[in-house]
Ligand binder design. Structure first.
Ligand SMILES: [Zn+2]
Ligand SMILES: [Zn+2]
Length: 520
């Protein structure tokens, strides 16, 4: 059995691994590379395997850095099955076409430049239509259900607590007499997140492929997030303006709704209306509603007591462009949550244009702002922002609150490994910048004696079933035995002290036995 690391190797994005067992090829995730141009260029490279040679694609969750190249895989000939949880499939059904639409828009912009410069036109990686077409290959798998893929391989999806429907995968492989368990962590979630269960615990694994996004960092606890939010809302209300919140459509928007609902329940919410103004956010919120059965006990309890955050009375969803444009006429008393989260695209730009110049309004940033984006410039205190070719003065108050992180931090990643009954034989760290992975690797090796590696892009590793006994280990056991024997000869201990010698002798016999088997 062999594993090949095709993406998220020594970087965060582009998650993609292929497991080869006999003649079967099983791909885990098929993510898009995101970030600077030299990383994004990977999206245009041909797959290392012909897509038609892949039998199964196992998808851990819907985030684009894990799912974003599925339409390309299908467009280029993949005809196998894509297994994912029902919530992941629903999220993909809106996120992948949205990603296709973004590809088309970007290429259109690029081609306008190309035409003017007399350069040839380029094609999008895939279109919204391609993305819709790939959905027919998805097949739902429930959490904890054991699914046989081939006579040798089966898989189980467990709750990773990262986003709705997210999973880590236990892959069981039988080779001859030996059974091995390979675990792919996907992205591991943070604890105490709205809607989501804490990540399930992993009992054991022979081989573990683990994310390391926050391998070198701890999250800042933000206990008073709700108080901050309440202050900002009341302050804006008293000034008579609107509160504009740029937010990612998936998860962050629903997290905000959750917090707003808590304020409503505690009767700490002023008479304001909340508008969710992003088609993707509206569709995602619908999907959340369809999958209440996988919510965590706290959220289920809220719903049972009639306090369902997703249908609170102050909430309005704007679907059409006309409805969205109508929001521009509201001068005060509105909380408008819209995408994109970094203010670079989408309807949020219109809302900024109409509210940013008014001192009675507030813009609240709740997510990560990448350097260079409009959101980042606002956070840095820019006095003017250019929107749709127009210079807009920044007179509104600019506030920011750290959101809920979707990822486990260093402490949580270590705790997840520590909760296992025994340390995996090998751990491969992926989905992290070089420094994050290196720091985590050192800690895992030091604290749990794990054999940890950080695979290079494209690297293939042979996974040997059964325990591998090295000559070194046998020599060490032999040395320990002779030390015990010498001590016994020297000190002539009482008979019960011979137990230690017998124990070492047994260990050595066991090792030699396993070594013989290994040699075949
Ligand atoms: Zn993710
Ligand atoms: Zn990810």
């Amino acid at each position: 059995m062999r594993i090949r690391f095709l993406g998220a190797a020594q970087i965060v994005t582009g998650s993609c691994f292929v497991l080869e067992v006999g003649a079967a090829r099983i791909m885990v995730d098929c993510g898009m590379f995101q970030g600077p141009r030299h990383i994004r260029e990977n999206n245009y490279r041909p797959f290392l395997f012909p897509p038609q040679s892949i039998d199964y694609l196992l998808l851990t969750h819907a985030h684009i850095d894990h799912s974003g190249l599925i339409p390309k895989l299908v467009k280029q000939g993949f005809r196998g099955k894509i297994l994912a949880t029902p919530a992941t499939i629903d999220l993909c059904s809106v996120m992948l076409p949205d990603s296709g639409y973004i590809q088309e828009m970007e290429v259109e912009r690029l081609n306008r430049k190309n035409r003017r410069a007399g350069r040839p036109e380029v094609e999008p990686i895939y279109t919204a239509e391609d993305a819709k077409n790939c959905l027919q290959f998805f097949q739902p798998v429930e959490y904890e259900e054991m699914v046989g893929l081939t006579p040798q391989v089966s898989v189980r999806f467990l709750d990773a607590g990262h986003i709705l429907g997210s999973s880590f995968l236990e892959v069981y492989v039988k080779e001859g007499e030996e059974q091995s368990k390979i675990v792919f962590s996907g992205d591991l979630g943070n604890i105490n997140k709205p809607y989501l269960n804490d990540p399930a615990l992993l009992s054991e694994a022979d081989f573990l492929v683990m994310e390391s996004t926050y391998g070198d960092r701890l999250h800042q606890e933000n206990e008073n997030r709700l108080d901050l939010l309440r202050e900002i809302i009341w302050d804006t209300y008293k000034r008579g303006g609107n509160l504009i919140i740029p937010a990612f459509a998936v998860e962050r928007t629903q997290d905000l709704i959750y917090d707003l609902n808590l304020l409503v329940m505690q009767k700490k919410f002023p008479p304001m209306k909340v508008y969710i103004d992003s088609p993707l956010a509206v569709a995602t919120t619908e999907i959340f509603r369809r999958h209440m059965k996988i919510f965590d006990p706290e959220t289920k309890d809220l719903i049972a007591r009639g306090n369902d955050p997703l249908s609170m009375s102050v909430l309005e969803f704007t679907r059409t462009t006309d409805e969205s444009v109508a929001l521009n006429k509201i001068l005060g008393g509105a909380i408008i949550i819209s995408a994109s989260g970094m203010c670079e695209a989408g309807r949020i730009k219109h809302h900024l244009k109409h509210n940013l110049w008014r001192p009675e309004c507030t813009v609240l940033l709740v997510g990560f702002q990448a350097p260079g984006t409009k959101g980042w410039r606002l956070k840095e205190g820019a006095k003017m922002i250019r929107i749709h070719g127009e210079e807009i003065a920044v007179r509104a108050q600019i506030k920011s609150i750290e959101g809920y992180s979707a990822h486990a931090d260093q402490k949580a990643l270590l705790a997840w490994v520590a909760s296992m009954r025994k340390t995996p034989r090998r751990i491969f760290l992926v989905h992290g910048e070089t420094r994050s992975s290196a720091v985590l690797a050192e800690l895992l090796a030091k604290e749990y004696g794990a054999q940890v590696s950080i695979p290079a892009p494209g690297e293939a590793v042979e996974l040997t079933p059964g325990e591998v006994i090295s000559e070194e280990r046998v020599r060490k056991a032999l040395a320990a035995l002779s030390a015990k024997l010498e001590e016994a000869l020297r000190t002539r201990p009482a008979p019960d002290r011979y137990a230690g010698i017998l124990e070492k002798l047994n260990e050595l016999e066991g090792l030699v036995e396993k070594m013989k088997k290994q040699a075949g």
